[in-house]
Write a protein that binds this ligand. Structure first.
Ligand code: SF4
Length: 399
């Protein structure tokens, strides 16, 4: 049974999903079945079925919990492949008796909500997933305790917008409340990280809670998407850059050693040279530790898709390159400042005479690594002295 979890968020992700499906379809043996699952399967099931005639089933994000019965049906009728279209409302894990986490070694992603109630002009996620639905706190705590019992050392809390957590359940300051209960429920998990905070919604209470509990990592991820108010308004995003400057200053003051991450989109419709220069200046000024940069692509069905996609691809690419070059000098400075320090590192893998791990400053899969000489026992926290640094990664020695 071959299941491809497709991504339908942006064009390059769709191209990668299609290429993977096509590769598998070409080498399919008579006993194998091929299923397209995930976001793109939710968004364009008919298109996928047309593009890949060998597909046996398409199942979208809103029907993810039906994957087991679907596989059973396909296995039971090998001579008559089924085609089940994506359908249904978003189901939370507890509604279908499934865990809401994904585990890799001693690190886990724990879902606290799904869907998004905002309407950023460029974003297809609300079209794919629908409005935000928060998981009840007891269900999240139950998952966290199960992860603690399995020896997990790092919990990464995820949602499309973590700062929106609990609004749909009638909670104010839902994320702060959840975090307070979480640290009490899982005292043996030393690293708890919050990802994807929406600008404008990092409240004073949330910062107080982050500052009060050593388990909550001083790592804040605020995807800003742009830094010119006119572009942000066109994006239907918060345009109060004064809030961003004040909040970054407060975070740096209240959370010593905080690592700040953000992402930007370049080449949004109508982005002028001057607007892009404002973004570059802002990146220099704020000196985030980590920056991701994406090239705008028009996503069908979004508000921005109705605007002329008027920035030539080569200009978008040049802007992305300029942004990354500016950021690389800043990231390198931040990494070099760690040389000589001793930091706890989560050791995650060993081989070829090396061990790789991460400090609290690096979220799994998106940030950098620490490379350590020798092959050491993994899935534990160890003290490592940082001896050298590059733009993205650190080199260290086990103490
Ligand atoms: S907050 Fe994030 S997921 Fe929600 S619409 Fe905006 S970009 Fe998309």
């Amino acid at each position: 049974m071959l299941i491809v979890n497709t991504c339908g968020f942006i064009e390059p992700a769709r191209e990668e999903s299609l290429a993977t499906l096509q590769d598998l379809a070409e080498t399919l043996t008579p006993s194998q079945r091929l299923i397209a699952a995930g976001c793109w399967a939710q968004r364009d099931p008919e298109l996928l079925l047309e593009a890949i005639p060998q597909l046996d089933a398409v199942i979208g994000t809103r029907s993810w919990h039906q994957i087991v019965p679907l596989v059973e049906r396909l296995l039971a009728s090998p001579a008559q492949p089924l085609r089940t279209l994506a359908a249904g409302a978003m189901a939370l894990p507890e509604a279908v008796g499934a865990p809401g986490y994904a585990l890799s070694g001693a690190s886990a992603f724990l879902k606290i909500a799904d869907g998004c109630s905002r309407r950023c002009a460029f974003c297809a996620i609300p079209l794919i997933k629908g409005d935000a639905v928060s998981r009840p706190i007891p269900a999240i705590l139950e998952d966290a305790r199960a992860l603690q019992a399995q020896g997990v050392l790092e919990l990464n809390l995820i949602a499309q917008d973590t700062t929106h957590y609990g609004h749909d359940l009638g909670m104010k300051e839902g994320l702060a409340t959840l975090l307070e209960q979480l640290v009490a429920a899982v005292p043996d998990i030393p690293w708890i990280r919050v990802l994807y905070a929406f600008p404008g919604y990092i409240t004073a209470r949330l910062i107080d809670v982050l500052a009060a509990h050593p388990q909550l990592l001083p790592y804040v991820d605020i995807p800003l998407q742009h830094a010119h108010p006119a572009v942000l308004r066109r994006m239907n995003r918060p345009a109060d850059l004064g809030w961003v400057r004040r909040t970054v200053a407060t975070l740096r003051e209240r959370l010593p050693g905080v690592a700040l991450r953000t992402t930007f989109i370049v080449g949004f419709p109508g982005e002028t040279d001057e607007e892009f220069e404002t973004l570059l200046d802002f990146v220099e000024e704020l000196a985030f530790d980590r920056v991701g940069a994406f090239i705008y692509s028009a996503e069908p069905g979004t508000a921005a898709a109705a605007l002329p996609d008027d920035i030539p691809l080569e200009v978008k690419e040049a802007r992305r390159e300029a942004l990354m070059v500016a950021q690389q000098a800043i990231s390198l400075r931040a990494n070099l400042a760690l040389v000589g320090q001793r930091l706890p590192v989560l050791l995650e893998g060993a081989g070829d005479g090396l061990t790789v791990g991460r400090t609290y400053r690096d979220a799994p899969e998106i940030d950098g690594l620490v490379l350590i000489g020798g092959e050491h026992a993994c899935n534990r926290l160890a003290t490592v002295e940082i001896i050298d640094a590059t733009v993205y990664d650190l080199f260290g020695e086990l103490v």
